[in-house]
Design a protein around this ligand. Structure first.
Ligand SMILES: [Zn+2]
Ligand SMILES: [Zn+2]
Length: 174
């Protein structure tokens, strides 16, 4: 099925590119009804009333990648943060140094203020970040710092083997 290029957010009513919506397998067009910004605001609003939620969730899941996101949002150098970086590195095939991954995350936060997808420019929800090769390895890209950036899951899955320039043309940012 062809994805629509744009859709209207159910909450703010704005018409946005499809990249501004999270994926949702349960809907007919495969995207959530509310835009990423509205979803994130809703999550933040909701989390305010449940201060222990994220702590509780990460204990329940026991998945260290979740720690990474949470700690990276707060930029704290805890033991969990360092551990998560190591696990992330392992998942990426061991070609990357922990230091490189850490720098990529920190630069992203310095640039945008909060962990943000460099492709759709939307803030990334806890745990939904991914390291992105600007030029995919399959197409001659490297594991070097200059070829790495942080993207949201939605962009990550849509980009596939495109370069970031090709992908930005598709979502209409260039
Ligand atoms: Zn919206
Ligand atoms: Zn994105």
């Amino acid at each position: 099925m062809e994805l629509p290029i744009e859709k209207k957010c159910k909450k703010c009513g704005q018409i946005k590119g499809i990249g501004y919506f999270y994926r949702d397998q349960t809907t007919s067009d495969g995207k959530r009804g509310k835009c990423i910004k509205c979803c994130n605001e809703q999550t933040k609003e909701w989390a305010k009333n449940k201060p222990g939620y994220f702590t509780e969730r990460r204990h329940r899941l026991g998945v260290s990648i979740r720690y990474a996101s949470e700690y990276m949002h707060g930029l704290s150098k805890t033991r969990e943060y360092k551990r998560a970086i190591k696990i992330k590195r392992r998942l990426l095939g061991g070609e990357l140094s922990c230091k490189t991954i850490q720098t990529v995350y920190e630069d992203n936060i310095k640039r945008f203020g909060t962990l943000t997808c460099y492709l759709c420019l939307q803030p990334i929800e806890f745990g939904l970040d991914s390291i992105q090769h600007r030029v995919p390895i399959a197409r001659g890209g490297t594991y070097e710092y200059s070829n790495l950036s942080i993207a949201c899951r939605s962009c990550n899955s849509r980009k596939h083997t495109r370069t970031d320039v090709e992908y930005l043309q598709i979502i209409g940012r260039r």
